[in-house]
Design a protein around this ligand. Sequence first.
Ligand SMILES: C[S@@+](CC[C@H](N)C(=O)[O-])C[C@H]1O[C@@H](n2cnc3c(N)ncnc32)[C@H](O)[C@@H]1O
Length: 422
Amino acid sequence: MEPDTLRALLDPASLALLDGVEYERGRELQIATRLRSELAERGLPAGLAAALVTQAELRQAAPAKFGPFADSLLFTRDGLAQATRLPVAAHHAGRMRQAALRAGLDFESAPIADLGCGIGADSLAFGGLGAPVIAIDADEVTAALAAYNLRHLEKVTVEHGRAEDFDPERAELLWLDPARRSGTKRGGQARRLNDPEDFSPSLSWAFGAAADYAGTGIKLGPALDHGLIPAGWEAQWVSHTGDVVEVALYHGAAARAPGRTALVLGPAGAAEVSQADLPATATPEDGLGTLGTYLFEPDGAVIRAGLVTALCGPLGAHRLHEQIAYLTGERPAGGTAARLVRTFRIVDTLPTKVKPLRAELIRRGVGRVVIKKRGADIVPDVLRRQLRLPAGDPATLVFTRLGDRHIALLVEEVVEETKDRP
Ligand SMILES: C[S@@+](CC[C@H](N)C(=O)[O-])C[C@H]1O[C@@H](n2cnc3c(N)ncnc32)[C@H](O)[C@@H]1O
């Protein structure tokens, strides 16, 4: 969006018009044509119509991240794509509040610098919890939209500027969410950057900057190489409603204990596991290669954090194979550990070869299969086609390895049983 278009968009008359736009995919031209005449009636530039249509489209997509706040915010396409989901931003805010406490600071008067604030999702949560925030973005339009989005929070100020030029004397706590995508040309596709030195600001700058603050949080992509986590930092992988959304690195008073943790935010509540929960031996062999009554599929955050075996104790479970992220045990998951895994009851072990497997599934009246696999050399779509099952009941199959053996399991997900057990 050009700065001129942005100025026109922020006119209260344009914003009122935006509130009335009902976006419908495929009808963009008709909507823009109607908007052009309404803009002309109000003495606003006709060129604003396209921007209003885009805002209406983005507002329609935004509730997935911003819930009911979506209708009161403005976005860029990249800004929305990169924005933290609000429940996750609320978690960041909680962690920064803990950091302030640990550092002996008053959270409501110790400024947090959000350097690379985007359209302002994290700042919204920090400010919502009562913190003074200095939010900075290097992109002029993004900074202006953040200022609009954060307009109700008196202690939040937004500036157009570069993180690297920020004076650390101005804040006590630091939040960074470096841009991890290449810049987009008009109509072009943003590309994820793999080298942390290409992030903006770069990861090495971010690590260095942390030394100037009482506590720092740096949000990064969940695929981060464990080798990049500096000694003494806490790395927390977070999943939200089944999607692994980030790893956040915490330093100083923001780090609770050095090492890796995984936090799962789900509909049943939050649950966490940490490196301290790992069994004393790095690779416990107990039970390896034997099949229990239940199969556990750890959440992606637990897997990314390398903490699968930390669940063995809480679940009373062991691994099927030393390199595969499934666990098996005799009782369903209970307590908060149940939120860290999906639990399946193992109904039976079935043949792995297509012909006898097909015959067995037909005999059981199975007509549709969900196929899960770990450590198995199959392509679920291809196998599903090869099975050519006639109409019948749905079922879930798991292809994996038990010790050296390839196995196929017929399983049923256990939902209720696992979630509320003490
Ligand atoms: C991943 S987004 C931040 C998203 C934000 N945390 C949110 O939840 O809405 C990164 C932002 O950093 C900005 N940026 C990139 N390089 C920067 C720099 N050197 N200084 C300040 N901001 C920068 C980009 O314009 C982009 O808006």
